[in-house]
Design a protein around this ligand. Structure first.
Ligand SMILES: Cc1cc2nc3c(=O)[nH]c(=O)nc-3n(C[C@H](O)[C@H](O)[C@H](O)COP(=O)(O)OP(=O)(O)OC[C@H]3O[C@@H](n4cnc5c(N)ncnc54)[C@H](O)[C@@H]3O)c2cc1C
Length: 268
C-alpha cells in the first residue's frame, strides 16, 4: 500500500490578508479562510497520483495533514469532498506560534505517525507567511530526498519517482528515491471541483485529531517560545499613487521631458 501524504494549510483568502499595525500579527478575526491556494494543486496531484497507481493495479491512499487551530478542520473537510481518503489534524496549544522550523518538525512527526509514506506533497508556498520553507524542512527532518518547484510527476516506480521541476531557464528532470518530498507549482495540474456526493460525505467524515503527545513530539521544539525565528516587524505596505504625467506634443518631446525630469531629480 502506498501512502500519499499531502500537507495543507488554512490561510486567509488571498484578498483578505491584513496585519495589525500594533502587534505585527495577522488579523484572523472575521477574515474568511480557505485552503492555501498552492495547496489546492498539491491535493489535486495527490489524488491524481492515487488514480495513476490504481490504474497500475496498486493500492494507494491519499492522506491529508494540517497543523492549525480548531477551525482548520474546515480545510480537511474540503479535502475529503475532493477525494482525500484520510485526514489528520495536528491541534494543540503547544503548537501555537510555531515558526517554520517548529511547524515542519510537528508535521514530520505527524507524517511519521501516519507511517509508511511514498510521496509527501506540499504547495510551493503559502499566501500568508509565504516562506516556502516547509517542504524542504520536512525533508530535512525526515532525511528524505526533496524537490521543489515540481511541475510534473512523470514516472511512479516502486522505489523511485521522476519529476520535472521548473528552473529559471527551463526544467530539470530529477530522479528521487521514495519516500520523497515534493513542493509543487500551479502549472502542475488543474484542481478539480468537489462533487456533490463528496461534499455530503465530508460533513460527517471522521477527522483524526492529534496532540503533541499523540505524535510523540518533543515539546521543547514547539511553539513560539521554542521557535528560533523571531519576527521583528510586520506591516501592510502603504498604497501610494505617486505619479506624474509627462507632457509633450510628440514622443520625442515627451522623451526629452522625461530625461529632463530624471536629471532634475538626480536619477541619472
Ligand atoms: C516567530 C514566529 C511566530 C509565528 N507565530 C504564528 C502564529 O502565532 N500563528 C500563525 O498562524 N503563524 C505564526 N507564524 C507563522 C508560521 O510559522 C507559519 O505559518 C508556518 O510555519 C508555515 O510557514 P509558511 O506559511 O511560510 O509555509 P510555506 O513554507 O510557505 O508553505 C509551503 C507548504 O508547506 C505546507 N504547510 C505550511 N504550513 C502548514 C501547516 N500548518 N500545516 C500543513 N501544511 C503546511 C503547505 O503545503 C504549504 O503550501 C509564526 C512565525 C514565526 C517566525
Amino acid at each position: 500500500m502506498k501512502n500519499i501524504i499531502v500537507c495543507i494549510k488554512q490561510t486567509p483568502k488571498s484578498d483578505n490578508i491584513k496585519i495589525d499595525p500594533a502587534t505585527g500579527c495577522l488579523i484572523r478575526t472575521g477574515a474568511e479562510s480557505a485552503i492555501n491556494p498552492f495547496d489546492e494543486f498539491a491535493l489535486e496531484e495527490g489524488i491524481r497520483i492515487k488514480e495513476r497507481l490504481t490504474a497500475q493495479g496498486k493500492t494507494a491512499v491519499v492522506n491529508v495533514i494540517t497543523m492549525g487551530p480548531p477551525q482548520a478542520e474546515a480545510v480537511l473537510r474540503t479535502s475529503v469532498a475532493k477525494g482525500a481518503d484520510k485526514v489528520f489534524h495536528l491541534s494543540d496549544i503547544a503548537f501555537a506560534g510555531s515558526d517554520t522550523w517548529a511547524t515542519s518538525y510537528a508535521l514530520s512527526k505527524g507524517i511519521q505517525k501516519i507511517g509508511n509514506p511514498y510521496i509527501i506533497i506540499c504547495g510551493k508556498q503559502t499566501n500568508d507567511s509565504d516562506t516556502g520553507h516547509i517542504g524542504a524542512q520536512i525533508s530535512a527532518w525526515l532525511k528524505y530526498p526533496n524537490s521543489s518547484f515540481v511541475r510534473k510527476v512523470s514516472e511512479l516506480g516502486d522505489a523511485n519517482i521522476t519529476v520535472e521541476r521548473l528552473v529559471e531557464d527551463g526544467t530539470d528532470t530529477i530522479n528521487l528515491s521514495t519516500p520523497a518530498v515534493l513542493s509543487v507549482v500551479k502549472e502542475i495540474n488543474k484542481p478539480r471541483i468537489a462533487s456533490i456526493s463528496g461534499r455530503i460525505s465530508a460533513k460527517t467524515f471522521e477527522i483524526t485529531t492529534w496532540t503533541a503527545d499523540d505524535i510523540k513530539a518533543d515539546k521543547t521544539k514547539l511553539g513560539m517560545k521554542n521557535s528560533p525565528t523571531k519576527v521583528v516587524k510586520s506591516f501592510t505596505p502603504k498604497r501610494e499613487a505617486n505619479s506624474i504625467v509627462i507632457e509633450g506634443a510628440t514622443s520625442k518631446e515627451r522623451a526629452n521631458n522625461l530625461v529632463k525630469i530624471l536629471k532634475e531629480n538626480q536619477y541619472v
